[in-house]
Design a protein around this ligand. Sequence first.
Ligand SMILES: *Cc1c(COP(=O)(O)O)cnc(C)c1O
Length: 405
Amino acid sequence: MSRTGEIIREADQYSASNYGPLPVVLDRGEGCFVWDVDGRRYLDMLAAYSAVNQGHRHPGIIQALHDQASRLTLTSRAFHNDQMGPFLKLLCEVTGFDRALPMNTGAEAVETALKVARKWGYKIKGVADDQAEIIVCENNFHGRTTTIVGFSSEAQYRDGFGPFTPGFRTIPYGNVEALEAAITERTVAFLVEPVQGEGGIVIPPDGYMTRCQEICRSNSVLLLNDEIQTGLGRTGKMFCGDWDGSRGDVLIVGKALGGGVYPVSAILANDDVMRVFHPGDHGSTFGGNPLGAAVGKAALEVIVNEELPARSLELGEWFANELRSIDSPHIDHVRGRGLMIGIVIKNESGPARPFCEALMEKGILCNDTHHQVIRISPPLVITREILEETLPHIAEVTAGAGLAV
Ligand SMILES: *Cc1c(COP(=O)(O)O)cnc(C)c1O
């Protein structure tokens, strides 16, 4: 059996079966490329769902990791460390908020946003005890905790995990009238993705986030903007909300904040919201640790200094148009913002997964999302030349005879 086969067999034997990865075993990465155990090179067109926006092993981020790992890695928040302050200062400068609360994974940051919103609702807005309601969207993805999957509309994410946390109400995505109609005096927040990532790269109507912000403001409701996937340059702006000019009242960031090397997430808010947290109200053993803070600061510096949002905008618009010009009987349409692009496969052509498998054979790694969508989200350090080389392969794989489906 090949080395790849042996490794996969071992992993399959000892791991829980909660993922169904493509049959490729990677052992090295650099920039936008990864290599398998047999030395074959692949172009990474997934970038760990946007967690590797800066590219694999970016030298500046790896340097920060090494330097910090050789000094101090974890203190807990029972003591101060010298790395968290500079990291959060830069994060506040980049995002424009007064304060940040660092966590580790995206789901933890979303949970933190839900907690701050509920507490704000009771302590500031004056909602009656245990009556707070948070509005969410159909087809959302905000993580996998029991509370979060409880308001997912994906049957599989919920199946077998109830009973669920009450206090959530679901409305259609991209529909401001539905938001207006759903708000009551108990509503404390509206949680939304400015583009739905896992939901299939779903782009709301122009001006959606601005209108949501106006509606939230005039009803004293917090807009919780989940930019864990869309943020930090992915959609061609620093934050996707910038397309409409609204970053929300609570901004949720993760994924690329850790530069592809370490889990770092955070929520950002202004004083009027963040001041509801007092010592002991919320926490995390690893949140704000010096290693994560050093990595997070370096990860942000790369995004800013290398102007990755502008690069994503330029390359993304060009590449999406190139993809649109591919003549394929299987492609329904191509949609995206910046380098967050979905190639939507027609229902009658079957699911997107076999197309991803065929692309893997051609040395291009991407994944399918929401059954019909091939997700294109390469590291933002990618070049036009490298993207250009993928076009004939994508054309071939999506051509009529290219795939038996
Ligand atoms: C990935 C993601 C999350 C969850 O992040 P984890 O680090 O996997 O917990 C939450 N919201 C959005 C929009 C995401 O894309």
